[in-house]
Ligand binder design. Structure first.
Ligand SMILES: [Zn+2]
Ligand SMILES: [Zn+2]
Length: 112
């Protein structure tokens, strides 16, 4: 039970396309990776910048490519929260923050 969210009564987070060195670490600290299918994962996490929780569906050939021997994959994540952040373009989502997370390859071999 951690209460690491930023203070909700602070100033609203304005939309800004930016990244930070600690975004990935803070994001993965509370990240839950759900393997939906081969090459398809859903990342459940909280944006390190605006503090909003959101889910990000990611499809990547890395997960199913047999030639990729690396146990991990770098997944680019863009904040896609549904909160209205000031200054956000109409065709954008989230607060503009982006970062890369390292996701372990899904090695599901269960029956059915
Ligand atoms: Zn947000
Ligand atoms: Zn955000």
């Amino acid at each position: 039970m951690t209460q690491g969210a930023p203070a909700p009564d602070g100033a609203p987070v304005a939309y800004l396309e930016t990244s930070g060195d600690d975004y990935a670490a803070r994001y993965t600290a509370g990240l839950r990776v759900e393997g939906v299918d081969v090459g398809l994962v859903v990342l459940h996490g909280r944006c390190p910048r605006c503090g909003c929780a959101f889910s990000c569906t990611h499809t990547d050939r890395v997960f199913r490519s047999p030639r990729r021997r690396g146990p991990r994959a770098y997944v680019p994540v863009l904040c896609e929260c549904g909160t209205r952040h000031p200054g956000r373009p109409a065709d954008e989502k989230g607060c503009g923050a982006y970062w890369n997370v390292v996701v372990e390859r899904v090695t599901g071999r269960g029956p059915g």
